[in-house]
Design a protein around this ligand. Structure first.
Ligand SMILES: NC(=O)c1ccc[n+]([C@@H]2O[C@H](COP(=O)([O-])OP(=O)(O)OC[C@H]3O[C@@H](n4cnc5c(N)ncnc54)[C@H](O)[C@@H]3O)[C@@H](O)[C@H]2O)c1
Length: 361
């Protein structure tokens, strides 16, 4: 039995609990969350197992209990650094939810402390595990696809949902929309381009959402739409089109990748993949239905990707392997998001150096 501790049991914590409950040879032994409402939610998700779980007030108490081999950090973004501080260097595997933290500086402090950590450190950038995306990545990585030149990702969706204590309404807590939400897409861009980001230009605003809300007299300050352009070192260029007042969309995410030979389009949740090439043109475009991954026993809000991410993490633990989604993916995806937020504010392009330092160009 692999023993899991849950740190934070709100919306995403529940998805982790239900994923883990559907995996053999895994048990949740410890939970910490200061919110009584979230704790009752966790108990409901744990069902008949909830009485065998120990509930703690702090992360330190949870780690000191020695009840866990693995912990999952699913707390608000602005708490990740402090929570990680309690965990790093301890004899425990860690899965920390995205974004790794709210700024590049904070991520770098985590990376510095992580040098002394001997166990697996995994960042929850799980979009790459969505079956349609995973299948698309295999095609893009095949020799036949050719050399990738352009990546375009569109996310047109509903506004941010309410969260415990409304933490996601303010940039200081989240890092900003382009960090909080879009780190997933910047991670995919880096994965597909197989390169490092060098320059970002973005334009965006808060035009529609949350403008009539007020929390202790403060109106939310998070972007609800943006275009972000990202240049990669190897010449690949990428574009994100984000709109968070687009409930009327057929697909929430659309990813297009064009190489010197081919083009692929991935549609979610339609789970369709269109694949064409320059030789056969429009007539030759094939429509593929993404094959369901039969290993998925719990879909959650993310098409089973959290479940698959846990299977991979468990395999890495059992085989003594490494984190497939590591801290570098964590800091890189935050750096692109933070650069985009800075570009929106300044109206200037923002450079990213090889250590992920940002500079206004
Ligand atoms: N990978 C994804 O697709 C995905 C999706 C949603 C959220 N997330 C991430 O998961 C994290 C949590 O988001 P959520 O949607 O579950 O938020 P939430 O508000 O629903 O839940 C957060 C929980 O953490 C608890 N908490 C706060 N401080 C804590 C601490 N110091 N120790 C323990 N618990 C603490 C809160 O009481 C709350 O119950 C965020 O980092 C978010 O970005 C990731």
């Amino acid at each position: 039995m692999l023993r899991y501790g849950m740190i934070g049991t709100g919306m995403m914590g529940s998805e982790h609990i239900l994923s883990l409950r559907n995996i053999d040879n895994v048990e949740i032994t410890a939970v910490v969350d200061p919110s009584e409402i979230s704790l009752s939610l966790a108990k409901a998700m744990l069902g008949d197992k909830s009485e065998r779980v120990q509930y703690f007030k702090t992360t330190k108490e949870l780690v000191d209990s020695n009840l866990c081999d693995v912990v999952v950090v699913v707390t608000p973004n602005m708490t990740h650094e402090d929570v990680m501080e309690e965990l790093l260097g301890r004899d425990i595997h860690i899965l920390v939810e995205k974004p790794l933290s709210v700024s590049v500086e904070s991520c770098r402090r985590i990376l510095d402390r992580a040098k002394a950590h001997k166990k697996i450190l995994w960042v929850g950038l799980e979009y790459r595990y969505m079956p349609a995306i995973n299948q698309g990545l295999k095609i893009i990585n095949s020799e036949d696809f050719g050399s990738t030149k352009m990546i375009s990702i569109t996310e047109h969706r509903y506004p941010f949902l309410p969260k415990v204590n409304d933490w996601n309404r303010f940039e200081k807590n989240t890092g900003g929309t382009l960090v909080e939400k879009c780190c997933h897409f910047f991670d995919l861009m880096a994965l597909i381009s197989k390169s490092e980001p060098t320059k970002v230009y973005a334009t965006g605003a808060q035009d529609v959402n949350h403008l009539d809300e007020s929390y202790n007299g403060l109106v939310p300050d998070i972007l609800d739409n943006a275009y972000v352009l990202v240049d990669f070192e190897n010449g690949v260029r990428a574009c994100l089109d984000l709109c968070m007042f687009a409930e009327g969309s057929k697909d929430e995410q659309q990813i297009s990748v064009v190489s010197d030979k081919s083009k692929i389009e991935i549609k979610i949740p339609s789970n369709l993949i269109f694949l064409g090439d320059r030789k056969t043109g429009q007539k030759g475009v094939k429509t593929l239905e993404a094959e369901p991954d039969t290993r998925i026993k719990y879909q959650g809000f993310h098409h089973g990707s959290t479940f698959l991410e846990h299977l991979d993490l468990i395999e890495a633990i059992e085989t003594g392997s490494y984190a497939k989604v590591d801290l570098l993916s964590g800091i890189r995806s935050v750096a692109i998001g933070a650069a985009a937020e800075l570009s929106v504010k300044t109206g200037k392009a923002v450079g990213i150096d090889k250590d992920y330092n940002l500079s206004i160009l």
